[in-house]
Design a protein around this ligand. Structure first.
Ligand code: GDP
Ligand code: MN
Length: 396
C-alpha cells in the first residue's frame, strides 16, 4: 500500500550495478551518458556491439522500447538520440510514462540462459528471503503465477547472513553448468551481503544470465532501500533522483511531511501513521475513497499546517478535505490557526470537514467558529468521514 511505497528509496540500474560490482558481482562493462555524443564516446571506449539502456525508476523497459542494441559507435549515437528525451511507457510506469534523461551504454552480452534472482523482505517470516528461478526473463509475479514450483526460496538469518552452503544449494537448484556453480553461489552470497549491509528492501537481478562464453553475469539490477535506515548510508542517500519521484511527495518531504497520492477524491490530513490508516479505512467504509493522505506528524507548527494544506490542495482530484487530528503534542488551537491561515491564503473552495480531539480542543473549535470561514465540524471520526464523503460528491 501507499505508505510502504513511500518508505522505499529507489535508485537507477547503473547505480545498483556499481553497488553490486563493489560486492564482487560480475556486471557488464558500461558507462552512463546524457547526450547522444556521450553515448557514442562510451561505445568507442568499450568497443562494439553495445546495448543502450534507458535509465528510469521502472522496469519493463525492454518491452517499452527503452533497450536497444547498437553495432557501431555511430549507431549507438543514433539509438541514444531516440531514447534520450523519450517518454518511456512500460507496464510499470503507468500511462503517463517517464522522461528519459540518461542512458547506460554497456558491452552487449550473448545470452544462453536467463535466470531470476531476488531478495525481498518476507514480512510473515520476519526476515529477508532469497528467491531464485531458472524461469528468468519474466517478472517474479508472473513466475509465481505460472510455475510457482520453479521458485527456490531460502530465508536469510538477519544476524548470521546466508551461509555458503545455501548459496551452493541454490546454484545447483538453478541447474547452472558445473563449472559455474561456484561463481553463481558467490554471486548469490554477494547479493545477500549487499542487501543486508545497505539496508535494502529489495535487491533483484532479473535477468541473471549465463553467457555463451560460460560466464554468469548480472544483466539487470534493481535495488530499493528502507528509508528509515538511510541515515546510516549517506552514500546511498546521495543516489536519490528527485526527478523520478512524484513532485508533491518530494515537496512534502522537504517540509518533513509524509504525503501519499491515492486515487479517490477525499483529501485527508492526519497526524501519525496509525491514524492515517484508520482514516483511510473509515473513509472507505463511508463509501468514499481517499485522494491522498498527508501525515503532518507529531509537532507541526501553524506554518507547517499551511504547507501541508497547500500540498493537499495542489491535487486536482480533491473534492473535499477531511482533517482528522488527535491533538497531543500538536495542539488543537495551533492546528486551527494553521487551517484558518491556509484557507484564507489559498482561497480554498472545496468543503473542509474537521474532526479534532485532544489538547486545547475547545480553544481550537472557538477559533474555527469565529474565523468567519465555513468549516464543517464533526464530533467523531465516523461522522467526519460520512460528512467528507458526502461533501466530496457535492452534497454537504
Ligand atoms: P527491463 O526490461 O527494464 O527489466 O530491462 P532488462 O535490463 O532486464 O532487459 C530486458 C531484456 O533485454 C533482458 O531480459 C534481455 O533479454 C535483453 N537484454 C538486455 N541487455 C542485453 C544484452 O546485452 N544482450 C542481449 N542479447 N539481450 C539483452
Ligand atoms: Mn529486468
Amino acid at each position: 500500500m501507499g505508505a510502504e511505497r513511500a518508505a522505499r528509496m529507489k535508485i537507477h540500474e547503473f547505480q545498483a550495478k556499481r553497488i553490486l560490482a563493489a560486492y564482487a558481482i560480475p556486471v557488464p562493462k558500461g558507462e552512463v551518458a546524457d547526450t547522444p555524443a556521450g553515448a557514442r564516446g562510451v561505445a568507442e571506449r568499450l568497443g562494439v556491439p553495445v546495448v543502450v539502456k534507458a535509465q528510469i525508476h521502472a522496469g519493463g523497459r525492454g518491452k517499452g522500447g527503452g533497450i536497444r542494441p547498437a553495432r557501431s559507435p555511430a549507431e549507438a549515437e543514433q539509438v541514444a538520440a531516440q531514447i534520450l528525451g523519450m517518454l518511456l511507457r512500460t507496464p510499470q510506469t503507468g500511462p503517463e510514462g517517464r522522461r528519459v534523461k540518461r542512458v547506460l551504454v554497456e558491452e552487449a552480452t550473448t545470452i544462453r540462459r536467463e535466470l531470476y534472482l531476488g531478495i525481498v523482505l518476507d514480512r510473515r517470516a520476519g526476515r529477508p528471503v532469497v528467491m531464485a528461478s531458472a524461469a528468468g526473463g519474466m517478472e517474479i509475479e508472473e513466475i509465481a503465477a505460472k510455475s510457482p514450483e520453479k521458485i527456490l526460496r531460502a530465508p536469510v538469518d538477519p544476524a548470521g547472513g546466508l551461509p555458503p552452503y545455501v548459496g551452493r544449494k541454490l546454484a545447483y537448484g538453478l541447474g547452472v553448468p558445473a563449472e559455474l556453480t561456484r561463481p553463481t553461489a558467490d554471486l548469490i552470497l554477494g547479493l545477500a551481503c549487499a542487501y543486508q549491509e545497505k539496508d535494502c528492501s529489495l535487491a533483484e537481478v532479473n535477468p541473471l544470465v549465463i553467457t555463451e562464453d560460460e560466464r554468469v553475469l548480472a544483466l539487470d539490477a534493481k535495488m530499493t532501500f528502507d528509508d528509515n535506515a538511510l541515515f546510516r548510508h549517506p552514500e546511498v542517500r546521495e543516489l536519490r533522483d528527485l526527478d523520478e519521484e512524484a513532485p508533491l511527495e518530494v515537496e512534502a518531504s522537504r517540509f518533513g511531511l509524509n504525503y501519499v497520492k491515492l486515487d479517490g477524491s477525499v483529501g485527508c490530513m492526519v497526524n501519525g501513521a496509525g491514524l492515517a490508516m484508520a482514516t483511510m479505512d473509515i473513509v472507505q467504509q463511508a463509501g468514499g475513497a481517499p485522494a491522498n493522505f498527508l501525515d503532518v506528524g507529531g509537532g507541526a507548527s501553524a506554518e507547517q499546517i499551511e504547507n501541508a494544506f497547500r500540498i493537499l490542495m495542489a491535487d486536482a482530484a480533491v473534492r473535499a478535505v477531511f482533517i482528522n487530528i488527535f491533538g497531543g503534542i500538536l495542539r488543537c488551537d495551533r492546528l486551527a490557526a494553521g487551517v484558518i491561515q491556509a484557507t484564507r491564503a489559498l482561497k480554498v473552495r472545496v468543503p473542509i470537514v474537521i474532526r479534532m480531539e485532544g489538547t486545547n480542543v475547545a480553544e481550537g473549535k472557538r477559533m474555527l467558529e469565529e474565523s468567519g470561514l465555513r468549516f464543517l465540524t464533526a464530533a467523531s471520526m465516523a461522522e467526519g468521514a460520512r460528512m467528507a464523503v458526502a461533501a466530496s460528491r457535492g452534497r454537504p
